[in-house]
Write a protein that binds this ligand. Sequence first.
Ligand code: PGA
Length: 249
Amino acid sequence: MRTPLIAGNWKMNGSHALVDAFGRAFADAALPESLDVAVLPPFPYLDAARRALADVSVQLGAQTLNPSHAGAHTGEVSGRMLKEFGVGYVLVGHSERRALYRETDDEVYDRLLAALDVGIQPILCVGETLEERDAGHTFDVVLRQVGHALAPLEPEQRARVTIAYEPVWAIGTGRTATPEQAQDVMAAIREYQSGFDPDLAQAMRLLYGGSMSAANAAELLAQPDIDGGLVGGASLKVDDFLAICHSAR
Ligand code: PGA
């Protein structure tokens, strides 16, 4: 059985007030028993979030990391530092990083390795653009991104990776993939994993991301290959985020 994971990606949003609101709301929330929940605030709020969520079963995540552990990289943050703040998950390859900061598949792989190296679970984000979908390239694009990052890994490393399928056209647009569209791609990702190791493929956690909301989460999470969500906009509203957590049973 795969334990579902709901991860809230705040992106470059949030404040001390939002951290406190999450702390208060989760202190009172009775979450489903077999569910992992993570909050991914911007770096400056990690320590405050760690303190606010210390007594509740919500883990901490980060949105990126540098491939190096330390050195002359002005403005960057390493996995080793994140580990010191109790970070358990880190996104790699988010489409905004790929598009706005030109992160290539090679760089995504290096960041993935850096996370594995320090014992933080990477959440590898993959997904096609609307142009790629319309041209019929969805499966090629997604499996290329997955393969580039996972094929060189040792089985033990692969077992520690979570994959988030996030169609780029669904991110922040309010246009969610239909449960069937999401399921089809996620089944293909699991099938691809089976080529390496069928047991691992069954154990691997696959998240859907892209305009997941309190209204559509239950239907998406009911799909056989969707094991959770990577939630952007709706993770900035505590009540919506809690409702999504409750949809993951
Ligand atoms: P969204 O973002 O839920 O606002 O579409 C998801 C993501 O980018 O992870």
